[in-house]
Design a binder for this molecule. Structure first.
Ligand code: ADP
Ligand code: MG
Length: 204
């Protein structure tokens, strides 16, 4: 298993491409229950991340941390600090990511950073609703290796994203709508599912 800078760069650049190609979808979803900038926010941030050269960093961990700082500094919305914190925390834990269990632990450190920063729980209709079931599925399949664990995670992230539709938003701008947020898919959970799908295509 090679979880080196090149694998991480392939993951982040794949995510940047997904975000770019689906920017209109992310923006439309955010227009329904937010302010219509999630596609532009994530596209701006991930374009900057994709422009980083992994060869400029001594390790995959340093590259991930720089990606996190880049998102914090280029994305104005709530999603910038949250995704930025995710990559900073994953990067900090990445040094030991050399098997399925330790990769899972690094990703979970990222989720914990998001929760610490945004205070969202599962069911609040945020990106946490895609990432939490993804990492639970990952852990359940970690014994079968990274590839199987990540593909289970990607399927669970997609389910978690879809499961945000009937929820009432309790965090972020969508929470201002109260019950009117019901019936709409959360934009952040949608981009988060893309991140896990990209991980499953590139990290193994
Ligand atoms: P903003 O809401 O500032 O316009 P974005 O539109 O880029 O930022 O991102 C909105 C997404 O951020 C939401 O769909 C939700 O998934 C996520 N989000 C917002 N607040 C929180 C929070 N406190 N915790 C976790 N995720 C959040
Ligand atoms: Mg927004």
């Amino acid at each position: 298993m090679a979880l080196d800078s090149l694998a991480v760069a392939a993951w982040l650049r794949d995510f940047a491409t997904q975000v770019h190609d689906n920017a209109d979808l992310l923006t439309d979803l955010d227009r329904e229950i937010g302010d219509g900038d999630h596609g532009a926010n994530m596209d701006r941030g991930m374009k900057a991340v994709a422009g980083l050269d992994p060869a400029d960093f001594p390790s995959a961990a340093d590259y991930l941390k720089k990606a996190g700082m880049t998102l914090v500094s280029t994305v104005g919305g709530a999603s910038g600090p949250l995704y930025g914190t995710f990559f900073l925390r994953v990067g900090t834990a990445w040094a030991n990511a050399d098997d399925a269990a330790s990769l899972g632990a690094a990703l979970r450190a990222g989720l914990e950073g998001i929760i610490q920063r945004g205070k969202a729980q599962v069911g609040d209709k945020t990106l946490v609703d895609a990432l939490t079931p993804a990492l639970d599925a990952y852990d359940a399949h970690a014994g079968e290796g990274v590839e199987k664990a990540l593909s289970a995670a990607a399927a669970a992230a997609d389910e978690g994203r879809d499961a945000t539709i009937p929820l009432i938003a309790h965090k972020g701008r969508a929470s201002y709508l109260g019950e009117r947020s019901v019936g709409h898919q959360d934009p952040g959970a949608t981009s988060m599912a893309m991140l896990i799908e990209a991980a499953s295509r590139n990290l193994s």
